[in-house]
Design a protein around this ligand. Structure first.
Ligand code: GLC
Length: 545
């Protein structure tokens, strides 16, 4: 397939904000740096690593939740939206972190978890105290069916039914995740205002925006209709799983866009902030979260690279489908890994992880890097009796624990990889003394050096950071595209296979100099016409005619 006509965006936007050209770096606070020797990362620890992030060249940190929480879902179950969990420090530490981030010209995003609270949040304690409590309607309560069974067939993402019986008040409440994470009723205007107040609190403090947790879950069908089963699913009817049903009534309801719009309006009332949404939906639905006339999320997270099979035709098709589906004036983004999915180096192997890094950092759109991917961290095997992730514990036979991708950052060959003086909350891999920042920092061939070069090139080049994207062609092995701005043009050719491949476009010839390659030795060489690539090779060519 060869296309030379489609160029995105059709009409370039004149004004770029920091989140258009910046690079986001996700920090999982429990695992970044421990400063007080309790085996769990904390805010003071993050402060001591800001120099590293600046050296790496990223622009913005997004912190997974740092708020008070019983930690049933490691902080995604919040019991106080305006505080800091003592494990991570206190508000003074947060203020210091924010000012140290800003002093370096970096940005800080917080994780906002509006869909559900902890069952220990005072709102829920009140709500469950009696049927006529003023906060009863803040959550989703419902009678059982006539036979006493659950109100509908909705299931929890973490296994089992999504309804929990409350014997005290004789009703069920809905929880899309753990029973310790009751869903808020976002149809209630008081809930909306309470959460907007939370946002205001942090925006006033000066945070640069939010990554909004499970944005597509926030509104559910008002009639609570049953979800239809996936056609022809071979599911176990006695023990149905979340994926056996199409969540068409429990997620992605049209009214969610009004809520997102309210969040956006508030965000826009402050200077230069950004609203990102966590949304796992197919492209045509995903892009609706930009909102009408871009009044929704600035960046609905695009997880194509995280969910699709790693095959050149599939990936090339997804890039083009995504570019083609973006509403006018909206801005793309790309993600390779996060704290919920296997790491990129584990999914693809280290050689292809470099190709993935090239893709992430040369595509049009804001890239998000997951901590540790820059040193090629892989999923750490966690013995069964050390599993702590509730998703893993609740579905013990399915091997779906997220612990392996949440292990401590590997900083140095020292004890506990320089992460902590004490035994960390999750174990390190056996090779941590070999695979770490310190070892890779001065090795020009390391993954870290490769990431750093890519980041540096992207930052220095308008073509790479904000330039147009146009596909050249893809085949069963490689994908190729151009990035262009003014008189600067880069050709990117990525071999997604392990076998040598030939780049041979049909109608045009491309001449230029290799500026970056997974094969260091090729940098500086001139290429023209048919370009031969090694297996697992990626090339960034500056076109000169
Ligand atoms: C999001 C988070 C995940 C969490 C879930 C429930 O998907 O990324 O870690 O468990 O929401 O809050």
């Amino acid at each position: 397939m060869e296309h030379t006509t489609a160029i995105f965006p059709a009409e370039p936007s004149a004004q770029y904000r920091w989140w258009h050209h910046g690079i986001i770096y996700q920090v999982y606070p429990r695992s970044f740096q421990d400063s007080n020797g309790d085996g769990v990362g904390d805010l003071k620890g993050i402060i001591t690593r800001l120099d590293y992030l600046q050296w790496l060249g990223v622009d913005c940190l997004w912190l997974s939740p740092i708020f008070p929480s019983p930690m049933a879902d490691f902080g995604y179950d919040i019991s106080d939206y305006r505080g800091i969990h003592p494990l991570f420090g206190n508000m003074e530490d947060f203020d210091e972190l924010l000012s140290e981030v800003h002093r370096r010209g970096l940005k800080l995003l917080l994780d906002l978890v509006p869909n559900h609270t902890s069952d220990q949040h005072p709102w829920f304690l009140e709500s469950r105290s009696s049927r006529d409590n003023p906060r009863r309607d803040w959550y989703i309560w419902h009678d059982g069916k006539a036979d006493g069974s659950v109100p509908n067939n909705w299931l929890s993402v973490f296994g089992g039914p999504a309804w929990e019986w409350d014997s005290h008040t004789g009703q069920y409440y809905y929880h899309a995740f753990l029973k310790e994470q009751p869903d808020l009723n976002w149809r209630n205007p008081e809930v909306q205002q309470a959460m907007l107040d939370v946002m205001r609190f942090w925006l006033e403090k000066g945070v640069d925006g939010f990554r909004v947790d499970v944005m597509w879950h926030m509104i559910k069908d008002s009639q609570l209709r049953d979800n239809p089963p996936v056609p022809n699913a071979a599911g176990d009817t006695a023990n149905p799983l979340y994926d056996d049903y199409l969540p068409v009534y429990s997620t992605d309801q049209p009214e969610v866009h009004q809520i997102v719009r309210m969040m956006r309006e508030l965000t826009d009332a402050y200077d230069d902030r950004v609203l990102i949404g966590e949304i796992y939906l197919p492209i045509p639905k995903l892009v609706t979260y930009y909102g009408q006339d871009n009044s929704g999320a600035h960046l609905p997270f695009n997880f194509q690279l995280l969910t699709l099979p790693w095959n050149s035709r599939e990936i090339a098709g997804a890039i083009d489908a995504y570019e083609g589906a973006l509403p006018a004036g909206s801005w793309p983004n790309w993600v390779l890994s996060n704290h919920d999915k296997p790491r990129i180096a584990s999914r693809l192997g280290l050689s292809q992880a470099r190709i993935a890094a090239m893709l992430l950092l040369t595509l049009r759109g804001t890239p998000t890097i997951y901590y540790g991917d820059e040193i090629g961290m892989t999923d750490v095997p966690i013995p069964l009796d050390e599993i702590v992730d509730p998703q893993g514990l609740n579905m013990p036979d399915m091997n779906v624990s997220r612990d392996p991708c949440r292990t401590p950052m590997q900083w140095s060959p020292e004890i506990n990889a320089g992460f902590s003086a004490r035994k960390p909350w999750l174990r390190l891999p056996y090779n941590a003394a070999r695979v770490n920042v310190e070892k890779q920092k001065n090795d020009t061939h390391s993954m870290l050096s490769f990431y750093r070069k890519l980041i540096d090139m992207r930052k220095k080049s308008a073509a790479l950071s904000v330039g147009s994207y146009s596909p050249v062609y893809s085949d069963g092995q490689l994908i190729s595209y151009l990035r262009q701005e003014h008189d600067e043009t880069f050709l990117i050719i990525l071999n997604l296979s392990h076998r040598p491949a030939y780049f041979r476009p049909q109608n045009t010839s491309y001449n230029g100099i290799i500026k970056l390659s997974t094969e260091e030795e090729r940098i500086g060489m001139r290429v023209t016409n048919v370009i031969t690539l090694a297996g697992d090779e990626g090339l960034l060519v500056q076109i000169d005619d």
